[in-house]
Ligand binder design. Sequence first.
Ligand SMILES: [Ca+2]
Length: 150
Amino acid sequence: MRLNGAPKSYIVNGNFEQGSLGWGNQNAIQKEDDGNHYVINNYNWLIKQDLNLLANKTYEIGATIKRGTATGPARIVITFLDVNGKRLNKYYNINYTNQSEGWEEIPHQSITVPENAAKARIYLLSKDKKGYYCFDNIRIIEAIASENKE
Ligand SMILES: [Ca+2]
C-alpha cells in the first residue's frame, strides 16, 4: 500500500472490525482465530456500501481477498447513481483470482467518478454462482495527482 501521510479512506469500517457497520449484513461477518474480522460473500449484491465520492475525481481502491469455496474470481463492483437515485451506465467491475490459499492484496485499481454521479456504491461478491470469497481491508483513497492521467 502506497502511503503519503495517512490517506483518508472513504470506506466506513473497511476492515470489518466494527461488525456490520456501514455494510449492513451482520451474518456475513466472520472472525479468524487471531481475532481479525472480515466479510464473506457468494454471488449476490447484499454486501454493499454507499460512498460519497466527488464527481470527476479519481480514487484508488485496495482490498485484501482470500478465496473461500469459489473457483472463479472475486468481484468488486462500483456503480454510480445520479441525484434521482438512477444508476448510471458507467461502472467498474474488478475481478481478482487469488494465486494462493491465503490473504492477498489486489492490484490497486483506479476509478474515476462520472460527471453526473451524486453517489457511488461498492459491492463485494463472488463471480461464481457457487462458492464464496473473503474480503478485508477495503480502502478507497484519493489518487495522487500524478496518477490522474489514464
Ligand atoms: Ca479485518
